[in-house]
Design a binder for this molecule. Structure first.
Ligand SMILES: [Zn+2]
Length: 254
């Protein structure tokens, strides 16, 4: 969808100029001039936007299964605890790791894999504010440096998650050239800004359904009352409702 949108963006600007010379109509001219740009901006900034860079948002399953995804690690304190919790619940998860943190903790990357989980790519530096307008060179560097860091821990990721779900005009092409797919989520816990693990769990359990992709976080940016505790309580709540945490096959993703 990106190329048609860019075409309409350019065509709209030309139409606005032509219209203005024929008969000035400010609102029509403004709509022509920036209508397509606003649509592009929406699909860049909205985590569920699909037209700039398509992302998988759920998976097909006939069973009560969810895909637990944990972003922003590895963390020397949280990751080992989370791995133990996953073991205790016989749960599998995908850890979307930040490259510069993985480079400092390659042993933890290897341990995630050794314990039967999956490692995904979550950029090299997690540039949240300006990723949407980053240059092609910056986007490529975030991906390549992150890949190199994850490889030092033995990971060969096939999934990429943009920081806070924000896309970039160059992202789809950069991922395709490296054989990476983009993964979003359809159940957001808001654990990162919460101070109450029960509130986090309640939010997830209200929305969870078979095939859900659940977004959780780890690391020191979180409130200590929520950090690890929310994942611990969520795993218990999911088990109580008969849900298992799996890593879906590629063909199941939608
Ligand atoms: Zn993140």
């Amino acid at each position: 969808m990106l190329r048609p949108l860019l075409f309409f963006s350019v065509a709209g600007k030309l139409a606005a100029v032509i219209l203005w010379t024929v008969k000035p109509m400010p609102w029509v001219g403004l709509g022509c001039f920036c209508g397509a740009d606003l649509v592009i901006l929406y699909h860049l900034l909205a985590p569920w936007g699909q037209w700039v860079c398509p992302a998988f948002m759920r998976f097909e399953t006939p069973r009560k299964e969810i895909w637990l995804t944990i972003d922003d690690g590895p963390d020397e304190t949280d990751t080992p605890q989370i791995l133990d919790l996953l073991d205790a619940h016989r749960a599998r998860a995908t850890f979307f790791l930040i490259g510069e943190r993985a480079a400092r903790l390659p042993g933890l990357v290897a341990e995630i894999l050794r314990r039967g989980h999956q490692v995904g790519h979550h950029t090299q530096t997690h540039p949240t504010r300006l990723f949407w307008c980053a240059s092609s060179a910056r986007v490529n560097a975030e991906i390549d440096e992150g890949l190199a860091a994850l490889r030092t821990g033995g990971a060969a990721p096939k999934w990429f998650r943009p920081p806070v779900g924000i896309k970039n005009l160059y992202l789809a092409g950069a991922l395709a050239r490296r054989g990476l797919g983009c993964v979003g989520w359809n159940v957001r816990s808001h654990d990162f800004k919460s101070r109450n693990p029960e509130e986090v769990v309640a939010r997830v359990m209200k929305e969870v359904a078979p095939g859900a992709i659940v977004l959780m976080h780890e690391g020191r940016g979180m409130d200590p009352r929520v950090r690890v505790h929310a994942i611990s309580r969520l795993l218990a709540a999911l088990a109580g409702r008969g849900f298992s945490c799996v890593v879906p096959e590629d063909g199941q993703l939608r």
